[in-house]
Design a binder for this molecule. Structure first.
Ligand code: PSU
Ligand code: MN
Length: 335
């Protein structure tokens, strides 16, 4: 623990869910220190489809107020496709699965002043009673604790360019190797080393499939130049793979790479130029650790004059529709 935080906050036991700041409506279920909202708990108990959503994309991935607007719209898309959204974050030291509108607002408004929480950060934020926005890794593990098998986001972390020397490899990839949650995303951004990211996922035993495509998608573009290890064309096929993984008790996750819809694929050249410049600036400024990804995302947004943000919002909403359909197909198999 950093001394300053310790003194400022006073290290104390995490409040119970009901006491946690901003948790006016006590969640229905608090098991293993995770507060599951009444709506999500009821859907899970009834075997209805549920889709987990992360919160770092809200706090660090987009600026306010577009982040709040997008978070609400994404939840709406999930609902419109017959599933219950479960946005996941740590509030007042308690991991929450399923947020109220005011909790969502609190996170979106705080932006990057909220801690970015990957697996390794959970003990600290919980012990200090802090708010935290969960990355793919922390969201996956909390979703699994709650019994949610399908999770939608924009893009996953990966092996950074130069990662073979820096060892900057996102904890998302090791989480995918150990936690049974399917992550529906638009692939990985080309700020990352996509070939090495796919190699690392293979080492971790992660099933990676492209949705309706042969190539693994690269977030803003449908093309990464890398063939995806598998291809599925329907929500039912994706659900069948999740079911097979569960049946075999593989214990690991899955990546379903959904290409950005053609009409939203950002002017490729402009985004690629912004990516190279952002990478150069990060290196020059010595940006390190978990600040690398938020720095790159923000610079790409600035350098493309907001064009990348529009594409980003569109692809997340599209992923939410696919994810809800996969979750519904999985629920139908199990029902
Ligand atoms: N990639 C994006 N948008 C994001 C992230 C990644 O296109 O918002 C976020 C996700 O929360 C992801 C995290 O889990 O960044 C990865 O951070 P890092 O590279 O520090 O592991
Ligand atoms: Mn990193």
């Amino acid at each position: 623990l950093h001394r300053d935080q310790n003194q400022a906050q006073g290290l104390q036991a995490a409040p119970t869910a009901g006491q946690a700041r901003g948790s006016a409506a006590a969640p229905a279920a608090t098991g293993g220190g995770v507060a599951v909202s009444a709506e999500v708990a009821a859907a899970l108990a009834a075997g209805r489809p549920v889709v987990a959503l992360e919160s770092t994309i809200i706090s660090h991935g987009m600026p306010y107020p577009q982040n709040l607007e997008t978070a609400k719209q994404v939840e709406g898309v999930v609902r419109a496709h017959g599933a219950v959204p479960a946005t996941i974050a740590v509030l007042g030291g308690v991991p929450h699965v399923g947020l109220t509108p005011s909790q969502l607002e609190r996170l979106a408004g705080a932006g990057t002043s909220v801690r970015k929480v990957s697996r390794r950060d959970l003990p600290l934020v919980c012990a200090l009673g802090l708010d935290g926005a969960t990355t793919v890794s922390a969201t996956m593990l909390l979703a699994a604790r709650a019994g949610i098998a399908v999770f939608v986001t924009g893009g996953i972390g990966g092996v950074h360019r130069g990662g073979e020397a820096s060892m900057d490899i996102s904890a998302d990839l090791t989480e995918l190797g150990r936690t049974p949650v399917a992550v529906i995303c638009a692939g990985a951004k080309s700020v990352l080393d996509i070939p090495r990211t796919l190699e690392f996922l293979e080492t971790q035993g992660v099933c990676v499939a492209a949705y309706g495509a042969d190539e693994f998608p690269a977030f803003f573009t449908r093309h990464s130049g890398c063939r995806a290890p598998a291809r599925v064309d329907t929500p039912q096929q994706a659900a069948a793979m999740i079911a097979a993984s569960q049946r075999l008790q593989l214990g690991g996750g899955m990546v379903l790479g959904v290409p950005i819809p053609e009409q939203h694929a950002a002017a490729g050249a402009a985004v690629e130029a912004a990516i190279s410049q952002a990478l150069q600036e990060a290196e020059q400024q010595g940006v390190k650790g978990n600040e690398v990804t938020p720095f790159l995302l923000q610079r790409i947004r600035e350098l493309t004059g907001g064009k990348s943000l529009e594409s980003n919002i569109a692809l997340v909403k599209h992923n939410a529709a696919v994810g809800a359909q996969v979750s519904a197909a999985l629920a139908a198999r199990q029902g």
